[in-house]
Design a protein around this ligand. Sequence first.
Ligand SMILES: [Zn+2]
Ligand SMILES: [Zn+2]
Length: 268
Amino acid sequence: MKAGHLAKTAAGLLARVLHILIPRCCLACQAPVWTDHLGLGLCGGCAAGLRPWPDDGCAVCQRPLSAADTPPTYRCSACRLKPPPYNRCLAAWSYESPLDSVLQAYKFRGLRYLGEPLGRLAALRLGAQLENIDLVVPVPLHWHRRLARGFDQAEILSRAVAKTLRLPCQKALRRRRHTRAQSLLTKTERRQNLTGAFTLCSPAVCPGRHVLLVDDVLTTGATLETAARAIQRAKPLSLTVLSIARTPAADQVCDGHHQIPKRDTRCA
Ligand SMILES: [Zn+2]
Ligand SMILES: [Zn+2]
């Protein structure tokens, strides 16, 4: 056995022993975690509180509809007036407690190991809606930020989604320029910030494929929309965008009427 492998095995054993002796704290409520069934660093109570994103919203953008009893193919007025650059927008969970703590720990505290279970669980949750997909593509980070963080969060999530669905994962996009952190900007500034941010680096992989574009969190959707426009230039058969979590803002609620209402209810 090589020395490096031996050291890795010993470190793994030590980590396991320490984990048994000193339980980790739940990432959301700080209670001791004796058994982390999901692998997300949550206690049983918090793990049970993950809130799935409702799947009865608009057929394209999946924003919840204000009216009930709409058919599953119903598209909200915003999607009919100005179709987004993708066929469907899916999210596994709502971005609220306890998942916000998990994603923040993943991105900002360097807990890289959370990426695999997040991607796998999201793929399992949405599996039935992903049956036609044949290629998974991550929304890339700029290399500056990747260097600072030590990893690309969407790439790890994408690889876990692809592995769970037994699909190829390809880095078809490149972040052309370093953009400011989206969370610090207004909606208009977010769109300006992203202009020309993505470029296709592997256009040959997308034509004739049903592509799934993966990111961690969807807030206004500006990042995923900009990345989706870049993918559309490669003419995929269809494009689905997927975020692990999506912000449950009040303005996410759309109309549910078959006629476009006089009052502007667009929620883009
Ligand atoms: Zn907890
Ligand atoms: Zn819509």
